[in-house]
Design a protein around this ligand. Structure first.
Ligand code: GFB
Length: 313
């Protein structure tokens, strides 16, 4: 990749894509190609084929996906599997056919079996049953990995796959029901503080463990892999540490400055009991996360306060 390379970021308005775009621009890449959904609908195969045939793209990063938290995944599995299969299939195939040099596909730690041994190694893919609440999304992402590997094997297409752990950061979706746990709790706890509520409801038991990675660390890792990895196996991206949802909620209360009670609504799903990635492959390649969780949550809360009128929800 050089500064004049034509790099297409699919999903540049999302949490991950926007961070990747900023990072590429800050490193001097000037030919970054992006399209809003109204100009290019990624579920439309003809539109995607036409876009690639017109653009002479060298490199592709697929950060476009339909994503959501445990509740949204459980409620709308048909949309999660259909939209994600269509988006990734259209892009991977059109990229290969139009002569793209290299493509990065982003998956998710939920591709691994629900009870995978921890920390989860890349090799545990397809070694056991998946978590029910996000099976449709996970199977779409697994199909994306398989498609990259099949195109590599049959056509020699340089498509690599990265599997990030749970992400958070500025620009996230703060929808009260559809979002992931970090933005949901930042919003709920902030709103309880402002309105003087003495109680915040946390979904599930509070016992599940999750590993959280700050989005700018993820975008850094993606560019690192783009420049340093050409293998077939997916590579996990995480920080190597996890915490319980209860501990997460307490940390957010501390950062927001809220001193009310937390109660746990066990009628809501817990999802996977634990998801901690084994990041030793990535570390051997030479990359490590460097944002502390406390700093990451602080930055995210500050961003939320600065964008109270315009955050995504
Ligand atoms: O972030 P989250 O939805 O992702 O939930 P998953 C993580 C944990 O936080 C679950 C609990 O145990 C939730 O029950 N939780 C507590 C909450 N309060 C809340 C809340 O207000 N909102 C949310 N969302 N959770 C998703 C997958 O699973 O992770 C996706 O469904 C994707 O497919 C993503 O892989 C990374 O880790 O459970």
């Amino acid at each position: 990749m050089n500064e004049d390379s034509r790099i297409y970021i699919a999903g540049h308005r999302g949490l991950v894509g926007s961070s990747i775009e900023l990072k590429l621009r800050s490193r001097g890449f000037s030919n970054i190609i992006v399209r809003t959904r109204s100009r290019l609908d990624l579920v439309n195969q003809d539109a995607v084929n036409q876009f690639f045939s017109e653009q002479s793209i060298d490199f592709v990063i697929i950060a476009a996906a339909m994503v959501g938290g445990v509740y949204a995944n459980n409620l709308r599995p048909a949309e999660f599997i259909r939209n994600n299969l269509q988006i990734q299939t259209n892009i991977i195939d059109a990229a290969y056919r139009s002569g793209v040099d290299k493509l990065l596909f982003l998956g998710s730690s939920c591709i691994y079996p629900r009870l995978a041994s921890q920390p989860i190694k890349e090799d545990s893919l397809l070694s056991g049953p998946l978590e029910e609440t996000n099976k449709a999304y996970a199977i779409a992402k697994i199909a994306g990995i398989e498609m990259c590997q099949a195109y590599r094997k049959q056509y020699g297409f340089n498509a690599i796959c990265a599997m990030p752990t749970n992400l958070y950061g500025p620009g996230d979706n703060f929808h009260i029901q559809d979002s992931h746990v970090v933005p949901a709790l930042i919003r709920k706890i902030h709103e309880a503080k402002v309105s003087g509520d003495k109680n915040v409801v946390i979904w599930g038991s509070g016992n599940p463990r999750r590993e959280f990675l700050y989005v700018d660390d993820l975008s850094d890792a993606c560019l690192f892999l783009f420049e340093n990895y050409d293998g077939e196996s997916p590579i996990n991206i995480g920080c190597g540490e996890d915490i319980t949802i209860k501990e997460l909620a307490k940390l957010i209360c501390f950062i927001v400055g809220y001193s009310g009670q937390l109660t746990f609504d066990t009628s809501k799903p817990d999802g996977t009991p634990r998801k901690l990635l084994d990041v030793s492959r990535l570390e051997k390649l030479g990359w490590r996360a460097n944002t502390s969780f406390r700093d990451g949550i602080k930055n995210t809360y500050e961003w939320f306060l600065d964008n109270l009128d315009s955050y995504r929800s």
